[in-house]
Design a protein around this ligand. Structure first.
Ligand SMILES: [Zn+2]
Ligand SMILES: [Zn+2]
Length: 299
């Protein structure tokens, strides 16, 4: 079910991923991001329950698999456009894949990312560019801001009247590196998903730009929304202390991307965890085989 964050903004959680709805029931509304592949029916049912009408559009903060998984299905079933930043469209129209995910910095998301996709998508003519004047089609009062770094064409959305910020994956409001955070859902400003973030200096600049807006509420693609008196100050402190991961393929030399997608990639770096992961997988496979054999013997 969509949960209200503030009037005119509601959140729907899908595992540890959020999609958002801009607008109130009875009026026009816009879906922001489209979750995982396979979550289309869940999003549709939740949207039907809250709005009883299709949205004006789907706005994509960026094109990663956990934000566009059900975008094609939803856009087709509602017959609505998918809006994105021009620099993100190569990954939404099959012109380019994203730079390969980089799990070499370690941490929970990095290890899980080994089985996550990093390819582009082809949503064809459904993909439209966000208007250059900053307007968000179908969501008056909101404007989009280019916040690159996590991906080249990442956008965040701001409602200026009460400084409500939808940050997408420009940052996270949970610690994606910590296994326990997925259970406790502890709130706090954190780096965007490290294995999928390509340019750390630009990521920091974009978070700085968001902190300059002095938001009163921050909702992101991952984690629970943060609100209350100290939000702007907390975000400022996060920027001031911002550090990229200690190692990783893209930490020192980000890939280059243009209006047709990825143009240059740094060389791969050694993966210090690959052996541990292989050992873990072998152990898990051994345990499964042992259990299966025992079950066979018992039957
Ligand atoms: Zn992402
Ligand atoms: Zn994400």
């Amino acid at each position: 079910m969509f949960e209200p964050v503030v009037p005119g903004l509601a959140r729907l959680g899908i595992v540890f991923i959020n999609v958002y709805a801009l607008g109130e029931p009875g009026g026009p509304w816009v879906l922001v991001d489209a979750g995982l592949k396979g979550s289309g029916d869940y999003i549709r049912r939740a949207a039907d329950r809250r709005f009883r009408a299709r949205p004006e559009a789907i706005v994509l903060t960026h094109g990663h698999f956990d934000h566009v998984g059900a975008a094609g299905l939803l856009a087709d079933s509602w017959d609505v456009p998918l809006y994105a930043h021009p620099l993100e469209t190569p990954y939404l129209t099959s012109l380019s894949d994203y730079p390969p995910r980089d799990p070499t910095m370690g941490g929970a998301m990095a290890q899980m990312s080994r089985v996550m996709p990093d390819h582009g998508y082809d949503f064809g003519p459904r993909v439209l560019m966000l208007p250059a004047d900053g307007a968000v089609p179908g969501a008056p009062g909101w404007r989009w801001l280019h916040t690159p770094g996590h991906t080249p064409g990442h956008v965040s959305l701001l409602r200026e009247s009460d400084r409500v910020l939808l940050a997408g994956d420009a940052l996270a409001t949970m610690d994606l590196d910590s296994w326990s955070a997925y259970l406790t859902r502890r709130r706090g400003f954190n780096r965007p998903s490290p294995p999928f973030t390509c340019d750390w200096a630009t990521t920091r600049d974009s978070i700085g730009k968001l902190a300059d807006l002095r938001p009163a509420v921050v909702a992101a693609g991952h984690g629970l929304p943060i609100s209350g008196g100290g939000v702007a100050q907390e975000l400022r402190s996060f920027v001031d202390g911002f550090t990229p991961p200690r190692r990783g393929r893209y930490v020192g030399s980000p890939p280059r991307a243009g209006d047709r997608g990825v143009e240059w990639l740094p060389q791969p770096v050694p993966d210090p965890y690959a052996r541990g992961v292989a050992l873990g997988m072998a152990f898990a496979a051994g345990a499964l085989l042992f259990a299966a054999r025992r079950r066979r013997r018992q039957s």
